[in-house]
Design a protein around this ligand. Structure first.
Ligand code: PMP
Length: 288
């Protein structure tokens, strides 16, 4: 496997960065997870825009243009013959000293990994996930904007481990007010009386690229959708619930916190959305 590292395509075994890189020492850096379907990189420009916003929020000057990053991603996919898979774009603050200050890190490092992806086990797309709400809260925007896809994912990792302690593959994370924000790596949607609802960025949801695609898909399907505050109660009593994310795509949820959602089976709106999503990812996107 070839990895793109600072302008070179190198073998996986040679793709190494310094132990003084602040990405390692402090989680100081940013990333994107991107999918490629049948040679189409899904919403690459949207991912690169979000990436630039994350960089700007962290005062991390990217010394590459969007076109150069785009090229690096395409080159990495081609070098690995990857037409279906997952692309991880990472920029670290770069090599510095043991102090916190990025001013001693003259140059960020860029990494592109293009690999296959392990989705949730396939049966869960048929029968749905049973998930739980976990104690670890979504990052408080007053402390650190949850919109930044930084290399510090510790509270999401804590939440993931808490989910696993309860035998669940994903977890609902609440914000500081106790409202539903999102999951550890997925956005959450519910359906109630034919309308779709999802928490807003203000409530702690990452503005997911898949989430954005769902807004476009349901507009085409003429299903009303809106951002709305959501409590656990709203999910327990929803007609349907599903999650979206680059890795997960669109996956149904059939129980939360031991409460079955509706009849405990993936719903009809979920099925329409999933079908439309599968269609869209193969026709939309940056062709390799
Ligand atoms: N929330 C979090 C915390 C995430 O890390 C992700 C995955 N990047 C998502 C939601 C889903 O976003 P996307 O559709 O862009 O993958």
């Amino acid at each position: 496997m070839k990895i793109y590292l600072d302008g070179q395509l190198v073998e996986k075994a040679d793709a190494k960065i310094s132990v003084f890189d602040h990405g390692l020492l402090y989680g100081d850096g940013i990333f994107e997870g991107i999918r490629i379907y049948d040679g189409n990189i899904f919403r690459l420009d949207e991912h690169l825009e979000r990436f630039e916003f994350s960089a700007k929020a962290l005062l991390l000057d990217l010394p590459w243009s969007r076109a150069e990053i785009n090229q690096a991603i395409c080159d990495t996919c081609r070098a690995n013959g990857l037409r279906n898979g997952y692309i991880r774009l990472v920029v670290t603050r770069g090599v510095g000293d043991l102090g916190l200050s990025p001013s001693n890190c003259p140059r960020p490092s860029i990494i592109v990994i293009a690999d296959t992806i392990a989705l949730y086990p396939p049966e869960h797309y048929e029968v749905g996930l049973k998930i739980v709400t976990v104690p670890t809260r979504r990052t408080n925007p007053a402390a650190l904007s949850p919109a930044i896809k930084s290399l510090n994912y510790l509270n999401n990792i804590m939440a993931k481990m808490e989910a696993q302690q309860y035998g669940a593959l994903e977890a609902i994370m609440l914000n500081d007010q106790g409202l539903v924000a999102e999951c550890t790596g997925d956005n959450v949607f519910i359906v109630r009386k034919g309308r779709i609802y999802t928490p807003s960025a203000q409530q702690g949801a990452l503005k997911g690229i898949t989430r954005d695609a769902i807004f476009d898909i349901v507009e085409d399907l003429q299903i009303p959708i809106e951002e709305h505050e959501m409590t656990r109660y709203d999910i327990w009593n929803a007609d349907e619930c599903f999650l979206t994310g680059t890795g997960a795509e669109v996956i149904p949820v059939v129980a939360l916190d031991g409460r079955q959602i509706a009849d405990g089976k993936p719903g009809s709106i979920f099925k329409q959305v999933l079908e439309a999503f599968h269609h869209r990812v193969r026709i939309e996107g940056t062709k390799l």
